[in-house]
Design a protein around this ligand. Structure first.
Ligand code: HEM
Length: 89
């Protein structure tokens, strides 16, 4: 797989995980807040949403770390340039 294709696939997965985190986060915040354990179901029960939210957070951490690592050289190059060329582009 080409490097650019691999980054594209990884970024799409990362974006989807973030989207699912946001959706599950808002469901937990507004639809299934603490105290709504007793039988309320929004597709799944509250316990399952909390578990999903936790594991999505772990997955995002893994993909985000990979993202940073695979762009490490670029990140260092840009940071050096930013601080040495009074950031004129
Ligand atoms: C718009 C985005 C988000 C919203 C609205 C949101 C909302 C929430 C809410 C309401 C809870 C409390 C769950 C409960 O009642 O027990 C929670 C817990 C948590 N959130 Fe989020 N969240 C968001 C994004 C994220 C992100 C980006 C991460 C990590 C990368 C994250 C990680 C966690 C973790 C680890 C917990 C603790 C779960 C537990 O052990 O109870 N959340 N979030």
């Amino acid at each position: 797989m080409r490097k650019a294709t691999m980054h594209y696939v990884l970024d799409i997965i990362e974006g989807l995980i973030l989207l699912m985190l946001v959706v599950s986060g808002f469901i937990l915040w507004f639809a299934l807040p603490e105290g709504s354990e007793s039988g309320k179901i929004i597709l799944f029960d509250r316990h399952t949403w909390v578990e999903a939210h936790r594991w999505l957070a772990v997955a995002l951490l893994v993909f985000f770390s990979t993202h940073v690592l695979t762009h490490w050289t670029w990140l260092i190059y840009m940071t050096k340039r930013f601080f040495t060329r009074s950031n004129k582009g």
